[in-house]
Design a protein around this ligand. Structure first.
Ligand code: HEM
Ligand SMILES: *[C@@H]1O[C@H](CO)[C@@H](O)[C@H](O)[C@H]1NC(C)=O
Ligand SMILES: *[C@@H]1O[C@H](CO)[C@@H](O)[C@H](O)[C@H]1NC(C)=O
Length: 552
């Protein structure tokens, strides 16, 4: 009896002491780490965090600027408690170092696990050899030649959206308020379905396709919601998802089954068609077919080929990485244009001027136009050179990048070079600083794009014309899309850059030559994995961007 009592006391007690020791030890280690010497705000208590305001898009730009003024372009903050000392950086030299050394700076296993849990270990979640292999097989699929073959799909879906919106406008004089985000995201989903695996979700017409609903629901329940603590715990202990599944887990599991079933069939059918000579000549040029071909090509060393499951995970990854990012960029662009009528009018004039170059044959209302890829490509090359459209797209991506910031962890101790000498907390002045294995880094994409010390005092305004006279300082800024961090930089930057620019420009062209956008609701940015619009005071209604649309 006494013995059991002893166990009942001693066991929990020693567990508590163990946890306490562990925490104390980690705090002690964090304070001894070289990063602790980097300037940063005072600790908000041992359980506190600086991240709330730095990650909240309503406050982040202001908050980050304040920190940069006080502590420099590389500063240290407290993440989840005193043991978690992190780096936040908007420094072009440090960012280039971090994003180029992909073998040292990896995505944290927590976010990789969350992504893998949803869409399998595709390119977004993998690291090391696995990532190298996937990227190598995928790169050829995004060649300019292949992208040109997608062009008719972009035009056709943009047309379909145009017809759908025309049908929604009740008052042709005053216009009708329409949630632009909702309709654009149905469009970008359709586009990724067709270009990704030759699959018609038909989401612009109705939202009934089983596969579409499964993907949409899965992304919604896990990403659009606030913090679900069980989901977070599950990332650390996936076994919990199995033994006490939450409602979210059950929904995700069911969605994954639907997706897996259809996905396996699609891969099987494509492979069979590829093996079959007669069939393969008729095959479309969707990413799935291109990946299968790329995997077969002699250029790929044997060790770098990928499996069926891998290929399908890749397609799911494109769907995940390429649908919301593009629809948000388009939505924010239309929102910004509705707030800047003068720019909208001038852009419309530019686009209408191009219209004459487009062969009339495909502007057919109320039936799917038959588009010729060569025609589309010729037209797009003119559209791509339209100067104001290009500046509007760049400026929108600079001003509201859909990815607010990106996380990395150092998998070994390292030294990070900086653009300007830093005065460390111990008084020494250094041209680099050290980071320890396991520490987190936030590459602050949005704040990098909005840095007033680089872009000048007007950096927090939407001004497409700034791109005609960029300050010298800007031209030194890295970025896959020049001088902005919206598509990241280095070997893990966005593979879909050209794809999305084509898609965005074509949809803006089609919408702006048909409609005028005005009187948007009071929309604010919310950082929910991606930067999404909500109406001020009506956050509970979810993400939306209502704008008045009328024919023009
Ligand atoms: C405006 C639209 C888009 C934006 C702003 C965007 C932005 C980004 C960014 C910032 C990253 C780096 C993420 C990180 O390191 O944390 C990324 C990676 C990626 N993006 Fe995009 N993206 C867009 C559209 C697309 C599209 C259309 C596709 C595919 C069709 C795509 C596929 C990917 C993939 C596969 C990766 C992972 C690359 C790797 O890790 O090697 N993205 N994107
Ligand atoms: C972000 O900040 C705004 C303004 O301070 C606040 O109203 C909102 O609730 C915050 N959002 C989150 C998710 O904390
Ligand atoms: C890729 O190629 C390898 C080797 O030829 C093959 O075993 C594998 O099944 C291929 N993957 C797919 C998805 O076809």
């Amino acid at each position: 009896m006494l013995r059991y009592l002893a166990y009942a006391v001693i066991l929990p007690l020693s567990l508590c002491v163990g946890i306490l020791l562990y925490v104390v030890c980690n705090v002690w280690l964090a304070r001894r780490s070289p990063l602790f010497n980097l300037p940063g705000p005072p600790s908000p208590g041992w359980r506190g965090s600086h991240l709330h305001r730095l990650m909240n898009s309503s406050t982040s730009a202001e908050q980050t600027e304040k920190m940069v003024k006080l502590y420099g372009k590389n500063f240290r903050v407290q993440g989840a408690g005193a043991a978690d000392q992190r780096l936040i950086t908007v420094d072009p030299v440090a960012i280039t170092h971090i994003l180029n050394r992909i073998s040292v700076y990896e995505k944290p296993w927590q976010s990789r696990r969350l992504i893998s849990h949803l869409i399998g270990e595709g390119m977004l979640a993998s690291e090391g050899n696995m990532h190298r292999r996937q990227r190598k097989v995928s790169n050829p699929a995004f060649s300019q030649q292949n992208l040109n073959a997608f062009m008719p799909i972009f035009f056709q879906k943009a047309e379909e959206l145009r017809n759908r919106i025309t049908g929604l406008i009740q008052d042709r004089e005053k216009g009708t308020k329409i949630d632009v985000l909702h309709w654009i995201s149905r469009t970008t989903f359709d586009i990724i379905g067709l270009t990704g695996f030759d699959y018609e979700f038909n989401a612009i017409q109705d939202e009934t396709n089983e596969m579409y609903l499964a993907y949409k629901k899965m992304f919604d329940v896990t990403l659009n919601k606030g913090e679900d603590w069980k989901l977070l715990i599950g990332i650390f202990m996936p076994i919990l998802w199995k033994i006490m599944p939450t409602e979210t887990n059950i929904i995700v599991k069911n969605c994954k089954e639907v997706i897996q079933r259809t996905g396996e069939r699609l891969v099987r059918e494509k492979k069979k068609a590829l093996e079959d000579e007669d069939e393969s000549s008729k095959l479309g040029k969707d990413l799935l077919t291109l990946l299968l071909k790329s995997n077969m090509s002699d250029d790929i060393p044997d060790g770098q080929r990928i499996s069926d499951q891998d290929i399908f995970n890749q397609i799911s990854t494109f769907l995940f990485a390429g649908s919301d990012t593009s629809s948000l960029t388009l939505t924010w662009t239309l929102y910004l244009l509705s707030k800047h009528d003068d720019i909208q009018t001038r852009l419309r004039q530019e686009l209408q001027g191009l219209r004459s170059k487009l062969s009339d044959s495909w502007i057919v209302v109320n039936e799917p136009p038959v588009l010729d890829a060569a025609n589309c490509a010729t037209f797009f090359s003119a559209l791509d050179r339209a100067p104001l459209l290009d500046m509007v797209v760049r400026e929108s991506l600079r001003f509201i990048p859909p990815i607010h910031s990106s996380l990395r962890t150092a998998n070994q101790d390292d030294e990070i070079p900086v653009s300007e000498p830093i005065k460390m907390r111990d008084g020494s002045v250094q041209s680099s600083f050290k980071i320890s294995k396991g520490q987190f880094i936030h590459v602050a994409m949005e704040s990098f794009n909005l840095d007033r010390s680089v872009w000048g005092p007007s950096a927090w305004e939407f001004d497409p014309y700034r791109w005609m006279k960029l300050p010298e300082e800007v031209k030194k800024q890295p970025g896959l899309y020049p001088n902005i961090m919206s598509f990241s930089s280095g070997p893990r930057a966005c593979i879909g850059l050209r794809f999305s620019i084509m898609e965005i420009k074509i949809i803006i062209y089609v919408l702006l030559t048909s409609f005028a956008f005005s009187e948007p609701d009071d929309v604010i940015k919310s950082n929910m994995v991606l930067v999404r619009p909500t109406v001020r005071g009506r956050g509970k209604e979810g993400n939306q961007c209502p704008i008045v649309i009328r024919p023009c």
